[in-house]
Design a protein around this ligand. Structure first.
Ligand code: ZN
Length: 92
């Protein structure tokens, strides 16, 4: 497998997921998207959840993704990738 493909980040995946489920991604983007799913269980779960939502409501739009829920997810990804090194009682 090529290692020259630019890996997308979790954030980019979240941005692309609606197009992915719509089949609207370019072949190159879809390849990068699926490559990320190979290495990221969190995004696999996210895509599965979203796919279930699409199946339930029959359509997918930006409105389907509640901004608050998406922010929550992105924050979870950040925390997961970057554990804060400072102690809990460190002053700001
Ligand atoms: Zn990911």
């Amino acid at each position: 497998m090529s290692v020259l493909i630019d890996d997308i980040t979790c954030r980019e995946l979240v941005e692309l997921v609606t197009d992915y489920l719509d089949g609207a991604l370019s072949p190159a983007d879809r390849e990068r998207f699926e490559a990320h799913l190979q290495i990221c269980d969190a995004c696999v779960m996210y895509v599965d959840q979203l796919r279930s939502t699409v199946t339930a409501v029959g359509t997918l739009s930006e409105e389907t993704l509640e901004p608050a829920a998406r922010d929550e997810l992105l924050r979870a990804f950040r925390d997961w990738h970057h554990k804060p090194p400072k102690p809990p009682n460190a002053p700001d």
